[in-house]
Each structure stands twice: as C-alpha cells, then as structure tokens.
Design a protein around this ligand. Sequence first.
Ligand code: SF4
Length: 385
Amino acid sequence: MKYVDEFRDPHKAKVLLDNIIDIADALADDQQRPTYIMEVCGGHTHSIFRYGIENMLPPSIELIHGPGCPVCVLPRGRVDDCVAIAEQENVIFTTFGDAIRVPGSQKSLLEAKADGADVRMVYSPMDALSIAKKNPDKEVVFFGLGFETTMPSTALTVLQAEADGVTNFSLFCNHITIIPTIKAVLDSPDLQLDGFLGPGHVSMVIGNQPYGFIAEQYHRPVVVAGFEPLDILQSLWMVLKQLQAGEARVENQYNRIVPEYGNRMALEAISKVFELRQFFEWRGLGSIDHSGVQLNKQYSTYDAEKKFSTKTVTIADPESCQCGEVLKGAIKPWQCKVFGKACTPETPVGALMVSSEGACAAYYLYGGDRIDALQVEDDIEELRA
Ligand code: SF4
C-alpha cells in the first residue's frame, strides 16, 4: 500500500473486524472473560479513539491504554523543577509545546511564563541550541522528554553543542526508556494482560529484538503496530491469532518503518551521551528502576540538574486525580471522578488531559456518545441540586 487512504479502507477494515470478532468471541468462550490487550504507545491510544476503533470492538476484547505518553507520566516534582529553573534570572527555558501546560504542584511552565519567566516553545532541541548561540549571555535549558523516539535528537544536539564549543546550553533530561516500563507493567500484580501492541515510533529506534523477553519470559504475544486504522486492526488480529494458537512471539506489523535491529546511528548517539539512572519516578506509577536516562560523566557539563541543583521531590497528585489508575489500565478515562467536569483540556487536573497522546484528552476529543452521556448526567445532577 502506498497512500494513506489505503490504510483507512473501510472494506478491508470490516474484513479484519469480522476476523477479530470471531477469534475474540471464541477466546472469551474458552477463558470466560475478555482478552486484555495493552497498547503501550500514546500514539496508538490517540488513533484508537480518533478512528472509533474502541467502539467497534466486541465486548470479548478490551484495550488497556498503557503508559506510553511521556508527557502523561512526568511527575509533578519534575515539573516543579522545570518551573524553578525557568524562574531563575538569566535563564531561557525551552520546551516542546505539549509539555508547557502540564500542571506542577504550584504552576505549569505556561503559568511561569505568564508570571514573567522566559519560557519558549521549540520544535526541536537544535532550535534550543540555536537560541543558546544567539544569546551567549544567557543560560539556555532544553527540557528533554520522551522515550527512545526523541532521545536520539537530544543526544545529537548535545554532541553538536560540544562540537561547537557552546557552554551556555544544558539539558534538563527526563527521557525514559521503554523496556523497564513494559517489565514494570508485566510485574504489576493487579493488571491482567494477554498481549501487547508494541510501540511503533520507539521501535523505529530500538527495533524488535528488545521485546523478546515479553514472549520468552512472560509468554505474551507482542505485535509492533503502525498508527493507521488498518495497522491497528491488523495488529490486534495478529495478537489474537497467536493467542488462539497458544503462541507468544514478537511480530512486526509495522515493517514498512521498523527495522528488525533498530537504527544503528540513533542507538550509537544514545549510548554515547546517556546512561541509565538507577531510579526514576513516574506520575501515578511510582519509581521504576533503570527506567530513565541521564547525561553520562563525559557530558555532565550539559546537565541542567547539576548546573541548577534541582530538588526533585516527590509530590502526590491531587486527591481527585486518578491518572495513575488510568495509566495502569485499572479504570477507563471516563471513570475518573473529575473527567469532563473539573478536568478538561482547557482546565487539566492531570497530565493525561494535556497531551494529545494522553488517554483522557484523546477520549475527551473523540469520546462522542459517552461524553454526551456524562454531560447529561451533569445536567441531571444540577437539576437535582
Ligand atoms: S480525567 Fe484528569 S485527573 Fe482524571 S485521570 Fe484523566 S487527566 Fe487524570
């Protein structure tokens, strides 16, 4: 297939859906429960809601929306660190647009900007480096965020800063790595999962090989999936076929993009600049060992945490916020007490409502009937009051 329309062909989607229903219903009869499949990646969550895939699936299959949105899992203590750095004199704090509205315990970066901090949105870390070159009298900090998808461009920017002799540039590194995250999900005692849709973008960098342990040690199928509706439906069908056959393998549905062994140059840049952190805290999930990276000793002069002595204290989410339960798949977005009421994309209580890849924002945007039903429930409550 060459054109995007072909990945959205309704006739092919119907054939795949019929196959999915047949296998999922048969599995549910055997197991006396639905089949639980986690899409790890926030991009998949977005596509699943956007194209109404969740609504098309039978009750015999349930999608669990995983922790694969890096903005959503950023804990409040790290947002507070960003704000503290940004509010220092002489600092230009640069960030991708989706992180600017994530709530900290006191304020978001956007609110810090409104209060006078020099916070600027950039499209790439190289833009931040350009700002540093143009402002030699300022300290320019880049907010590095994301899984292995975005890690290579940050690593290459640090290497470029070194090559160009730029000393007023540093990185507030919040990059996270996918494999320990999936392992933590698999080890979570309150989560029942039968298989995974593997993340497409991360896999472009790391390839398929690192997922082998999921099949070998945990006996769960993994299908690395693309982001179009037919990609997702085909990948679900591939997971179900493995389950039906009693198999657990790593398959690559997204092989038009994802190389088996990953992108060598990107992996080299990552391993040159970064090292694993022993501990890294995730919003709603607690600390996951070796799940974050930091600049290694050789590049520590570019480490904003060392330049600015950040505190990174653990700060619990507000009581009304159930982001952690949504991230672990324990509840659906609309089951959160404040979903669509106190928490909307305009007034986010939790991070999952901020990023377009967050399950709550995706559901709020594309939830259709259920959102209408929630609003009707609100109207009824108001009338009763
Ligand atoms: S509705 Fe808001 S507070 Fe509730 S889980 Fe979603 S983002 Fe978090």
